[in-house]
Design a binder for this molecule. Structure first.
Ligand SMILES: [Zn+2]
Length: 178
């Protein structure tokens, strides 16, 4: 690799999350300056069926690429496809404010306001509501590289792949510049 990327996007960390994998693959096929997109290799961080929340394998994978600013990890909701359309309708009625995309921005340090604002502004300018949660002081984080976890909700919120793709393309372009 000639130059360290500013942003790394990881997809396929959970191999059954097909929606997020498709978004990641589309992104990989259409490169953006300063961004590299890679499919996760190896086993996810499970321990006896439970997720290790500090995710050491994911951490190691990210370190291989040394992103200078941020690693973005793509997920989608684990709701099995076996839900009937009536069950999904019921869920949507019960939780009408569910956002189709949720973002968690983790940093070891205090997150600068300009980063929070840029992410919020981008979300606002976007087609629909996006839920955003900045989490600073997360001391397990590798030095100098923040994490942005993205969870897509294609089933409960009928998020379309093209919408998710437009959103992530805009977001990573933003992350490269801020
Ligand atoms: Zn996942």
């Amino acid at each position: 690799m000639a130059e360290k990327p500013k942003v790394l996007v990881v997809y396929g960390y959970h191999s059954d999350e097909e929606f997020a994998i498709d978004v990641g693959r589309s992104l990989e096929r259409n490169p953006i300056d300063g961004v590299i997109v890679r499919e996760f290799e190896g086993e996810p961080d499970y321990a006896g069926g439970r997720v290790k929340w500090w995710e050491p394998r994911l951490n190691r994978f990210i370190k291989r690429f040394c992103p200078q600013k941020c690693a973005v990890i793509l997920h989608n909701e684990a709701i099995p496809i076996k839900y009937t359309s009536q069950q999904l309708d019921k869920l949507r009625k019960r939780f009408p404010d569910l956002a189709p995309i949720a973002l968690w921005y983790y940093s070891k340090y205090e997150i600068p306001e300009r980063i929070n604002w840029a992410i919020v502004e981008h979300a606002r300018a976007h087609f629909r509501y996006v839920s955003y949660l900045p989490i600073s002081g997360y001391y397990f984080m590798p030095k100098g590289c923040d994490w942005l976890t993205i969870e897509y909700f294609p089933y409960t919120c009928s998020l379309k792949q093209v919408e998710a793709l437009n959103h992530i393309r805009g977001l990573v372009r933003l992350l490269v510049t801020i």
